[in-house]
Design a protein around this ligand. Structure first.
Ligand code: MSP
Length: 514
């Protein structure tokens, strides 16, 4: 696999209800990394999709008096539409009801059977349909006469049925060894520690088939069973690469995945079960599992069952998609939980986007219109203060790349916004409106410098606010092919004499009653 291939995935979403902010959050994070890797000129494959089998979906379809497939077709479409609304740059959208996925799941199952990692027995224990997860006795609590999972808080029910088991217990020491020799396999660090503790406490074999319902992929050669929905779902990361055709160019280029972006609630499945399944099936492991925190509303996880959902579609309609993308990333520290509210959304849009970066662009472009005949000025000579500001961004590029590689998105944003403060300060300090009176040559150099800074900041913000950055870059005559780090580093890129186009209002300030 060449070094410049990069494969990133989101979780695949249960099409059990309409998409909410938590789903939008996982997808936006992954999109930002995918876009950054593209501006670094990597060959990127970005995957998202829907997880359509299992009891949760079967029951939801029944409630809606629909056949499961018909129900999934409808809701999966909403998730597909959401990829457009969120301006995701995904290269594929996988549905676990597709043929290509069944093929991959069958292959994995057969490999696990052949490696003798699967045996037939009986499961009796707790199961949460809402989490599609098994819980042990000590993970279950009683609340208001209801049995619930201590981990997720969702209702559990007692299940007793014939089941195939995966010999998870026999992978315990190999998993621990993998975590130890690949210290960045699970990030952030705090999540890694949780997983290591869990695995050290002892792994039990995992039930990987169900017999009490039928909505799933049948177990090969034993149609009474359907494959456990998590074994089914996790395989999506491979099926989108045409696995089991290991000679296929997609598989060759993109497996092992560089990163699976997931929420912390599904860490166990990705950081324990998935690598164990893969090791047993003799498939290389993904390089990183990143477990982000939860979006909270009133300090509680935002979820359908709690009824505390801020609808992403409402917010996008009212304030704009880039505004939402920017806010979620800026407001919530990536690995931790974070509360969101309309009040802080408005403050963030006004302070960072409207008053800082938006205002910088607007002021400079208006100045160019009025004083430079709307053209990028001609200039020959730059001064030390121009060089300093050019270099302040250029020198930081290697560090910015590292921050993204470590998923330190909040620090990245801080640095980029700081460039915008710096550029505003440069514009104010050098007062081109005064230079206009007696030093046009110097005024031209200052304007060129500031336009160059706007170009660079727009490229760095492109992964986060792609629509608005594109508007600004277009206005400066930057070709879409050049939305990349090389263009950022090229301080002569902007064509002198190029007539800039007006971008229109970039970020509207939100008034209090709005
Ligand atoms: N179908 C499984 C994932 C299978 S991946 C092989 C699933 N689906 S989900 O629709 O319930 O959730 C998908 C993602 O949304 C998870 O990463 C979850 O953490 C995220 N979010 C759901 N609610 C959330 C918040 N309130 N905040 C942040 N993300 C949360 O799990």
């Amino acid at each position: 696999m060449s070094d410049n291939n990069f494969y990133i995935t989101t979780p695949i979403y249960y099409p059990s209800g309409k998409p909410h902010m938590g789903h939008a959050y996982s997808s936006i994070i992954a999109d930002i990394f995918a876009r950054f890797k593209r501006i670094e000129k990597n060959n990127v494959m970005f995957l998202t999709g829907t997880d359509e089998h299992g009891q949760k979906i079967e029951r939801e379809a029944q409630k809606n008096l629909k056949k499961p497939k018909e129900f999934c077709d409808e809701i999966s479409l909403k998730f597909k539409d959401l990829t457009k609304t969120l301006n995701l740059s995904n290269d594929d959208f996988i549905r676990t009801t597709e043929k290509r996925h069944h093929k991959a799941v069958n292959e994995i199952w057969n490999r696990l059977v052949n490696s003798k990692d699967i045996y037939l027995s009986k499961y009796s224990g707790w199961y949460s349909v809402s989490d599609e997860a098994y819980y042990s006795d000590d993970e279950v609590d009683t609340k208001n006469n209801l049995k619930i999972s201590k981990i997720s808080g969702s209702k559990v029910e007692w299940v007793e049925e014939e089941s195939f088991f995966f010999k998870l217990s026999s992978w315990q020491s190999k998993l621990l060894k993998h975590y130890e020799s690949n210290p960045d396999f699970i990030l952030p660090k705090s999540r890694k520690n949780e997983v290591v503790e869990f695995v050290k406490s002892g792994l039990k074999d995992l039930s990987v088939s169900r017999t009490s319902f039928t909505w799933g992929i049948p177990v090969p050669k034993n149609k009474k069973h359907v494959i456990y929905v998590w074994l089914d779902a996790l395989t999506n990361y491979l099926s989108a690469l045409n696995f089991p055709d290991e000679k296929n160019v997609k598989y060759k280029n993109f497996w092992p995945a560089n990163i699976h972006v997931i929420g912390k609630d599904i860490l166990r499945f990705h950081a324990v079960y998935w690598p164990a399944f893969l090791m047993a099936a003799k498939i290389p492991l993904p390089k990183r599992i990143y477990g982000h925190g939860w979006i909270l509303s009133d300090e509680k996880k935002m979820s359908k069952s709690l009824g505390n959902i801020l609808d992403p579609l409402d917010i996008i309609k009212k304030y704009g998609i880039d505004q939402l993308r920017y806010y979620l990333i800026k407001e919530v520290s990536l690995g931790n939980d974070g509360s969101i509210s309309l009040k802080s959304l408005k403050d963030c849009i006004n302070n960072d986007l409207a008053n800082n970066f938006g205002n910088l662009c607007q002021r400079v472009i208006t100045f160019v219109e009025k004083n430079c005949n709307s053209c990028i000025p001609n200039c020959k000579k730059f001064f030390k203060e121009d060089q300093i500001i050019f270099e302040s961004i250029i020198k930081k590029v290697p560090e910015l790349k590292k921050l993204i590689d470590k998923q330190e998105l909040n620090q990245y944003m801080k640095e980029v916004i700081n460039f915008s403060f710096e550029a505003n300060k440069y514009f104010n300090d050098l007062k081109p409106w005064d230079l206009k009176k007696d030093n046009i040559e110097r005024m031209n150099a200052v304007i060129y410098t500031i336009l160059n800074q706007i170009k660079s900041i727009s490229i760095l913000l492109y992964p986060v606010i792609p629509g608005s950055s594109e508007k600004i870059l277009n206005c400066l005559g930057v070709d879409k092919m050049d939305f990349n780090i090389d263009c950022l580093l090229d301080t002569n890129y902007l064509k002198m004499g190029y007539k800039i186009k007006k971008p229109g209002i970039l970020f509207k300030k939100i008034e209090d009653d709005n």
